[in-house]
Ligand binder design. Structure first.
Ligand code: NAD
Ligand code: ZN
Length: 249
């Protein structure tokens, strides 16, 4: 990575009024959580039908067994990496206003970020498919699957978005409002293949001519289209360096 490219990115953030961070599975790879796609992606190990809503409803016990393994046993132990901490530092010092994440792993909050929009929900809560009540995942015994609602005995579902499920209105509105306001957007570890989350960077570019800074070891769908500054590399290595340059007196 050429240091003048990082410096240029740092200057953009320093002179911006409203920097928004948008993250995908790539930011958590160095925390030991694989992305869905690619050679070592989760889909090379697990069948994606376990995130299909209809399959979940018709095979709740079978689905829950796999969902528990991937999202509750494994993700629960993951720790934030230097990329998550760098973003939290930038938020605390006022350079980052909002974080929009497609991840459900809670690692931005664990690192100290406060203003986080979880576009696809999170593993922190479960939701009853019958009465809509949400409960903290930690309060539910996942040794007996599938888990049931203690109010109405309905089936509990992880409170994250399955395939073909709508994005909850509130988080969608807040995320698109942030994108429209942003004059700099940092895209970190996302392919741009998952709709409608993938529209957020285009919104920032079209509505506000935002400067798009991308951090990824590989090019994404955004790179040739809207990326202004491409910082090629791992989030856990580039972000601390970028934060250092932004925070330099
Ligand atoms: P993706 O799996 O489609 O793509 C991951 C991206 O991360 C790729 O562009 C890859 O080049 C990049 N990447 C890999 N290692 C990286 C690193 N060290 N630093 C920076 N970038 C790196 O992810 P997606 O586009 O985010 O879409 C998959 C969907 O599934 C999203 O909603 C995603 O959040 C979700 N998901 C979440 C988690 C999680 O919560 N940690 C894990 C897997 C998938
Ligand atoms: Zn219920």
């Amino acid at each position: 990575m050429k240091s003048d490219t990082i410096l240029k990115a740092a200057q953009s953030v320093r002179s911006s009024k409203f920097t928004v961070v948008f993250t995908g599975a790539g930011i958590s790879v160095e925390s030991g959580i694989p992305p869905f796609r690619g050679e070592n992606g989760l889909w090379s190990k697990y069948d994606p039908r376990y995130l299909d809503l209809e399959f979940f409803h018709t095979h709740p016990a079978e689905s829950w067994k796999v969902l528990k393994q991937i999202f509750f046993d494994f993700m629960a132990d993951a720790k934030p990496n230097p990329a998550h901490f760098a973003i939290a530092r930038l938020e605390q010092s006022g350079y980052v206003k909002e974080v929009i994440t497609q991840n459900i792993d809670n690692l931005h909050q664990k690192a100290g970020s406060k203003n986080v929009h979880e576009f696809h929900g999170s593993t922190r809560t479960l939701v009853c498919v019958d009465c809509g009540k949400t409960v903290p995942s930690a309060d539910i015994d996942l040794e007996h699957l599938p888990p049931h609602c203690n109010s109405c005995k309905g089936l509990l579902k992880p409170d994250f978005v399955f395939f073909s499920e709508m994005i909850p209105q509130r988080v969608s509105d807040l995320s698109f409002a942030a994108a429209e306001k942003s004059d700099v957007m940092l895209l970190i570890g996302t392919t741009g293949e998952v709709m409608p989350a993938s529209f957020l960077p285009y919104t920032a570019k079209e509505k506000n001519k935002a400067t798009i800074i991308e951090i990824n070891p590989d090019e994404s769908l955004y790179t040739p289209k809207i990326t202004d500054i491409f910082l090629k590399g791992k989030a856990g290595e580039i972000l601390p360096e970028l934060a250092e340059k932004i925070l330099q007196k």
